[in-house]
Ligand binder design. Structure first.
Ligand code: SF4
Length: 283
């Protein structure tokens, strides 16, 4: 049974009319966003500010994370026009910072890494700062290298939750594999900025969260996001706890003491919410 949202999570959804332009453009270019597919609470604010997180490789995922609203099932053909259309959308929106993510495509030999590389190459031909939020490519270092070699500015891979909860929250993923991906990213390109994110309120203990932060620093992760888990529906993993903003502040302070270069920790923070705020540290 999902609990009543506390006052710090009640956002006034104003400005929906300002999102029409972005939605029209996305339809015209046959593009998906994780904003829409994951039913993000910040969508109106971001679209009204003309920013969005593009979701490539279709809108159907091969995995079954219980917190995620993205459709699972029979995947779609990869759209060869997508790299050019993402670049068009970034230009039309006048973005200075673009975030590209995807569903997980365990059905593709390279997990979609080659397609990611094509999108990055298109964007790297412009001035835009490129952040990619990638799946784990089932631990393939070769697939990861294909992405890293096209020089995205930020390599993001979410650790999502604490290891004890993986079986119930992201059963087809592996905590160790996700950490290894972040470590390998630095080995493949020491100059790249790595980023990861965790949701809280899924039943984790404070000391488990701190242990995850330690593990992320041990693989030299630079940027961290911490946000409150919100259940997309009653069919998804229930919210176990609404974490008080004071604990987010505590996590943020400790994370900086651990050496993260940039930390966004707040109930409404999402992996790419205000992502461009890191621009100062990556110059
Ligand atoms: S891998 Fe999990 S979180 Fe990512 S889109 Fe698929 S179901 Fe959602």
């Amino acid at each position: 049974m999902n609990k009543r949202k506390p006052e710090w999570l009640r956002v006034k959804l104003q400005g929906a009319e300002k999102t029409h332009g972005v939605k029209e453009m996305l339809n015209r270019l046959s593009l998906h966003t994780v904003c829409q597919e994951a039913n993000c609470p910040n969508l109106i604010e971001c679209f009204a500010r003309k920013t969005a997180t593009f979701m490539i490789l279709g809108s159907i995922c091969t995995r079954n994370c219980t917190f995620c609203n993205v459709t699972k099932g029979q995947t779609q053909a990869v759209d060869p026009e997508e790299p050019a259309n993402v670049a068009k959308a970034v230009e039309e929106l006048g973005l200075k910072y673009a975030v590209i993510t995807s569903v997980t495509r365990d059905d593709l030999p390279d997990g979609g890494a080659g397609h990611f590389a094509q999108v990055i190459e298109k964007l790297r031909a412009t001035e835009v700062v490129v952040e990619v939020l990638i799946p784990d490519f089932q631990g393939s270092r070769e697939a990861l290298a294909a992405v890293i070699n096209t020089k995205p500015h930020i390599l993001n891979h979410n650790i999502e939750t604490v290891p004890r909860l993986y079986l119930t929250v992201r059963p087809k993923a592996s905590y160790v594999r996700s950490l290894e991906l972040l470590r390998n990213s630095k080995e493949l390109d020491a100059g790249i900025f790595t980023k990861s994110g965790i949701m809280v309120g899924l039943g984790e203990q404070e000391e488990e969260v701190l242990a995850v932060l330690q593990d992320l620093r041990a693989v030299d992760c630079d940027i961290l996001t911490i946000g409150q888990y919100l259940a997309p529906s009653a069919k998804h993993h229930p919210v176990i706890e609404y974490i008080h903003p004071d604990l987010f502040k505590k996590y943020k302070q400790i994370a900086y003491e651990m050496g993260f270069k940039y930390v966004a920790a707040d109930p409404l923070v999402r992996s790419s919410y205000h992502a461009a705020d890191v621009s100062d540290i990556i110059k």
